[in-house]
Write a new protein. Structure first.
Lengths: 410, 244
């Protein structure tokens, strides 16, 4: 049964070995689901969030996976709209990763809110002025788009293809893929930006707040750019990782180089704009709100090294590495640069979520610390386990890397 | 509302009165100062000097009822926070709240609270619940609304008497309970009101005024040191002490 599901011409590990790989992740998912049960049954007192640290590890996770999952929309945009045909080698994998990231984020959000059964209220009583409304609308719509993009991959499975109607449906869906890529790009553009705007509008959090029009360039567009930069790097990273775990080449080296160049170019633009934004914030925005920018970096471990790490070490440096033709010749260096680029965006989301909340606002406030509970960590890990499992099954039974067959015979 | 800090002794009567009036449940086992439902709390702010030279001021802190640029109203994705144009009071609609806590993240005064536990009253104590105020459920945010139940009751009473609402018809529970009359409440837009006169005093100030949220709760103190310590932008205290 198992071997008859594996795509023709592809080599996969034996079923017992596959099971041995899958079982630890199933166990991790099980622990995470138990933590989810505790949170849903007993309430969010199972977490270490509180009235002052109302957003915690889960919101950080959501922001991070949605940024990393941007590879799906951006690769789709480049392939179907800008006709970068070489990216067809990774589009299937990108769609699966996007689907995992977005569905994982939505699942965690359902645990994170106090009344998950009221999730539909946002559609029924929407506050059109809220960035979160926009995020909710776009993420749910885009998750649907990702599911639709995932369906043709599943329908292409060897067994399912035997059913003529399935094959026809897959063919028709595939013809519409350019439309879905367009819709996905449109939706992603908005919710990636709104996730930044989520913090930019917080007048009560001077560290993140950008007054009036400043919300757009400082948070909205920077978030879009950073996600567009991180997405291809994450696709590069995951493709390489899967290739190492599976011990076989999956994409040609020039695809890695293309992904690296695209990611590096956008990252460079992002880093330059981020640097300009930071300078404007230090010299105009923060003083305009009555604060010295340096005062935000006096607390705990959140020193100004964070800015350096975010903009230079994990921003400018990987951007230049990704654009360097010498680095591009060595896949190892290219992967290192991609990992650094992703880390920079992960750090940015950490700063926006955690540092923003940790900093005091009232004159008699204290700097706050927050350590997630095991239930929060387990839920976090469950999303990773879920992602690994969905990807593992997809990799085994679906043709995620169209070049794999020819690279094998080469 | 104007709160005279020179009169506040930090007794916590306002905190208790608020909790009783608004059906705030007793703290669940495991509650910390950061997870409790304290619509009103009294924060002790020290001047940083050590005993016996230290000087403290007690700051009753509740929702500051921000003006049109209310941070929590605009962020709520499902209109569960409302701004009453007539009274200027910001109210929470718990039955519509999703529990996303974005409003809590947005509030610079940390005056919004989440129901981390199911509300529970010891057997028999539920008899003391205020019938004019609905209880809230686990997983929603709540906050001070200047005793909305009392406002509604006063409106109903005035309507029954075919007369407009008079300033003395309605006072929040904290105002009534304060033994030193440190809290004055009324219509800030009425220049003849006591609260309006108190608010126009030169020793009156607002918390985080520079953020532009336009809070309608004012504080006053004749001590310049107190005014300075509560209005400066830099943050210096190492530890917050919550009283009550």
């Amino acid at each position: 049964m198992d071997s008859s599901l594996i795509p023709r011409g592809l080599q996969r590990t034996s079923f017992p070995r596959f099971l041995a790989w899958v079982l630890p992740w199933v166990a991790l998912l099980g622990v995470g689901l138990f933590a989810v049960y505790l949170c849903l049954a007993y309430g969010l007192n199972q977490t270490n969030m509180d009235n002052r640290f109302a957003f915690g590890a889960w919101i950080y996770l959501d922001l991070t996976v949605i940024a990393l999952g941007a590879g799906a929309f951006f690769t789709g945009f480049l392939l179907y709209i800008l006709r970068r045909k070489e990216l067809a080698a990774v589009i299937n994998s990108a769609v699966v990763i996007g689907f995992i990231c977005y569905s994982g984020a939505v699942a965690v959000l359902m645990v994170d809110v106090g009344q998950p059964l009221r999730a539909w209220f946002t559609f029924w009583h929407p506050n059109v002025h809220s960035m979160l409304t926009e995020v909710t609308f776009c993420i749910t719509c885009y998750l649907t788009v990702l599911a639709i993009e995932y369906v043709p991959l599943i329908l292409k499975n060897r067994k399912l293809r035997k059913n003529a109607s399935m094959l026809l449906f897959e063919f028709q869906l595939h013809k519409l893929m350019v439309v879905f890529a367009g819709i996905g790009t449109f939706l992603s553009f908005f919710h990636q930006g709104s996730l930044g705007g989520l913090y930019g509008v917080l007048v009560g959090r001077p560290f993140a707040f950008r007054p009036a029009f400043g919300i757009w360039p400082s948070t909205f567009f920077l978030f879009i750019l950073s996600a567009a930069a991180a997405g291809p790097s994450f696709i590069l990273l995951t493709s390489w990782l899967v290739s190492k775990i599976a011990r076989k080449p999956l994409v040609a080296p020039d695809v890695y180089r293309t992904l690296g160049r695209i990611s590096g170019s956008i990252l460079l633009v992002y880093v330059l704009l981020k640097a300009v934004d930071t300078l404007v914030w230090i010299n105009r925005t923060a003083p305009g709100l009555g604060f010295q920018a340096s005062s935000f970096y006096r607390y705990g471990d959140f020193g100004s090294w964070i800015l350096f790490a975010e903009i230079v070490l994990l921003g400018l440096l990987p951007a230049l590495m990704l654009l360097s033709s010498r680095v591009a010749q060595h896949t190892g260096w290219l992967v290192t640069a991609a990992a650094m680029a992703c880390s920079g965006i992960v750090l940015n989301r950490f700063v926006m979520t955690i540092q923003t909340l940790a900093l005091p606002t009232l004159p008699f406030d204290a700097f706050l610390s927050y350590v997630p509970s095991w239930q929060e960590v387990a839920t976090f890990l469950a999303v990773i386990a879920y992602g690994v499992l969905v990807y593992s099954f997809s990799f085994r039974y679906l043709n995620l890397f169209p070049q794999e067959r020819e690279l094998r015979s080469a | 509302m104007v709160i005279d800090l020179d009169r506040c002794t930090g007794c916590g009567a306002c905190v208790i009165a608020c909790a009783v009036e608004n059906n705030v449940p007793p703290a669940h086992e495991g509650t910390t100062p950061r997870t409790g439902l304290t619509w009103m709390r009294v924060v002790r702010v020290d001047d940083g000097r050590s005993f016996p030279d230290t000087r403290s001021v007690f700051v009753p802190l509740m929702c500051q009822q921000c003006d049109h640029h209310t941070p929590c109203v605009s962020v709520c994705p499902q209109n569960a926070v409302e701004y009453d144009e007539e009274t200027g009071i910001v109210t929470q609609v718990p039955v519509r709240c999703l529990g996303c806590r974005y409003c809590m993240t947005a509030c610079p005064y940390h005056a919004r609270y989440f129901n981390w536990w199911d509300p529970e009253w010891p057997a028999g104590m539920e008899q003391t619940l205020n019938p004019d105020v609905s209880t809230r459920m686990r997983g929603v945010a709540e906050k001070c609304n200047f005793c909305h139940g009392r406002l509604q009751a006063a409106r109903a009473k005035a309507a029954a008497g075919s007369r407009p609402l008079a300033p003395d018809d309605y006072q929040p529970a904290c105002v009534e309970a304060c033994p030193t009359e440190a809290i004055v409440f009324g219509d800030l837009n009425d220049p003849r009101s006591t609260v309006s006169a108190a608010a126009s005093s030169p020793d009156t100030f607002r918390l985080l005024e520079h953020l532009g949220t336009g809070p309608k709760v004012r504080y006053r103190s004749r001590s310049a040191a107190v005014r300075e310590s509560l209005t400066r932008n830099s943050v210096s205290s190492e530890k917050e002490q919550v009283h009550g």
